[in-house]
Unconditional design. Sequence first.
Length: 202
Amino acid sequence: MLEEEYNPRRKLPPHLRPVPPSEPAFSFELRQATERDLPDMLEIYNHYVANSTVTFDEDALTLREMRHKYRDVERLGFPWLVAVSSTGMILGYCYVTPWKAKAAYRYTVEDSIYLSPAATGKGVGKALMARMLDDARAAGIKEVIAVIADKGAEASIAMHERFGFKKIGEMGRVGFKFNRWLGTVLMQKSLKGGPRAVRAAK
């Protein structure tokens, strides 16, 4: 017979037991992205390339390609934001790019938002979207277009709806990834105000 069987260990009453250390509250901050953030953002993006139809890219993006895209957005003065944890980890990012290259489209952009898988469902996406729309408005952007996969991106559609995006159309079977056809849902939000938009309306 083991000693524990005839002489059980005493347990402290609940009020005398040490309180286990609590886990730190989840927190993050938003800031403008920098080129130092590119490798972390690239890792997040390429996760979706390899594992989802959120993006129609089939080949992993290179750091050079990501840097080129970032510099184009920065040159235009458009928002590119990151969400950063209290420990400095990049939790997600978002940005806008010109909708079309023709000059008449200069007040219309397409938004993109990507979260680290560990950061989903914690309000990071909502915070990024809200700040991105504010910054886009301040940059003079008038219309924001979202192009969202019609399968596997229900959460993205729902979030855009919460921010006032309206469904304006669908395109069926325009992408082929993972051996299946995919369509897209088009959504749009109009932004009021913004210095450039005011000047353009005069």
